[in-house]
Ligand binder design. Structure first.
Ligand code: RP5
Length: 160
């Protein structure tokens, strides 16, 4: 979604991250939350990342979701550049994603990154929606309704 001012910015280090990271965008789309996705590597395009985060914050972005694999410093670097909430998504690009998970979850004290599961981009999108719903009752109602549908769609009888 890219028509209205994006409230959530989804960043990733590489095109190879998109098949997983698009699940964050899809989750946000379910709740009608304007979002945009960008590939801006923290190490390959560091100056552009600094410029982008400052611009997005000025334009009205409220939350950043940042996904990265391997050394996975993108979420931490984004968190260093803004005081807005940052949700990190460790991606399985090598070592089953354990490398990225440890890099993202082990942020030193003072600059937090909320970390979801390895390849957990869908939950990153849902968590961003929940954070935004703190000051948006209509959004809170949408999330509650979605949760109910999710529960209702789980069959109690196992199928072969
Ligand atoms: C990280 O290195 C990216 O986030 C990606 O997960 C990983 C591999 O990147 P590519 O070599 O596919 O560009 O920076």
């Amino acid at each position: 979604m890219a028509t209205k001012t994006p409230l959530v910015s989804i960043l990733m280090g590489s095109q190879s991250d998109w098949p997983v990271m698009k699940k964050a965008a899809e989750a946000l789309d379910v709740f009608g939350i304007p979002n945009e996705a960008k590939i801006i590597s923290a190490h390959r395009k560091n100056a552009r990342l600094q410029e982008y985060v400052a611009g997005a914050e000025a334009a009205g972005t409220r939350i950043f979701i940042a996904g990265a694999g391997m050394a996975a410093h993108l979420p931490g670097v984004v968190a260093a550049l803004t005081t807005l909430p940052v949700i990190g998504v460790p991606l399985k690009a090598s070592l089953e994603g354990i490398d990225a998970f440890l890099a993202i979850v082990q942020m030193p004290p003072g600059i937090p990154v909320a970390t979801v599961a390895i390849d957990g981009a869908k939950n990153a999108g849902i968590l961003a929606a929940e954070i935004l719903s703190v000051s948006d009752k209509a959004l809170q109602a949408k999330i509650k309704a979605w949760r109910k549908t999710q529960a209702d769609n789980i069959a109690e009888i196992p199928k072969d």
